[in-house]
Design a protein around this ligand. Structure first.
Ligand SMILES: [Fe+2]
Length: 200
């Protein structure tokens, strides 16, 4: 069996494990949040394409929508906080130091890009072409890194967590800490995206 086939089997097994978890499980909630984040990223990508193909009078509306979506992505911070403060420390204790450090580093990079995108779309000034080019490249950067990041967590890190943390009482303690940190505006109770504007 070649490496690609072996990898695919491991990934499929991992996803099956996660699908079998009860609603409310720390990892199941994180997976659901990923689904919502991916929907937001798709919307952002579509707006990025529109931006490169619209006339001047429509720019403002598109930039406004991108600003709203950047705020929504920023509001997913409790998701990353739960990973960093609850999941990753337990994984590090179990010896999975490298993968968690890599994820933390990507979180930092993504935080910076999300905030830059929000800042860049807060206003429209005179240097329109430069601004639009910046917005497009920030959207591309964010979508690429965040989609790959989610794929790695779904297929490698979360299955690894389920394999390494077999004691149910640890998951219960982790769930309590997650509840203290809180959840995103779009999860875990509904699959409908919350349309309210995040006023961060
Ligand atoms: Fe995540």
């Amino acid at each position: 069996m070649d490496n690609a086939t072996t990898d695919q089997i491991i990934i499929t097994k991992g996803i099956t494990m996660i699908n079998q978890l009860n609603d409310g499980h720390v990892i199941k909630t994180m997976m659901k949040e990923h689904e919502h984040i991916l929907i937001i990223l798709d919307e952002l990508e579509e707006l990025g394409l529109l931006l490169s193909d619209t006339d001047e009078k429509n720019y403002a509306g598109i930039v406004f929508k991108i600003n709203q979506l950047s705020r929504k992505i920023i509001s997913a911070e409790p998701h990353h906080k739960r990973e960093e403060e609850v999941l990753f420390p337990v994984l590090k204790n179990k010896g999975a130091v490298g993968p968690t450090q890599h994820m933390e580093m990507e979180h930092e990079i993504m935080r910076e890009i999300k905030h830059k995108l929000k800042e860049e779309t807060n206003t429209i000034d005179e240097n329109l072409n430069e601004k639009l080019a910046n917005i497009s490249s920030l959207i591309n950067e964010l979508c690429n890194i965040l989609k790959q990041h989610i794929y790695k967590e779904n297929t490698v890190l979360y299955p690894l967590a389920l394999n390494l943390i077999s004691d149910e009482s640890i998951w219960i303690k982790m769930k309590n800490k997650c509840d203290e940190i809180g959840y995103c505006c779009f999860c875990p109770n509904t699959l409908e995206l919350d349309q309210h504007v995040v006023s961060e």
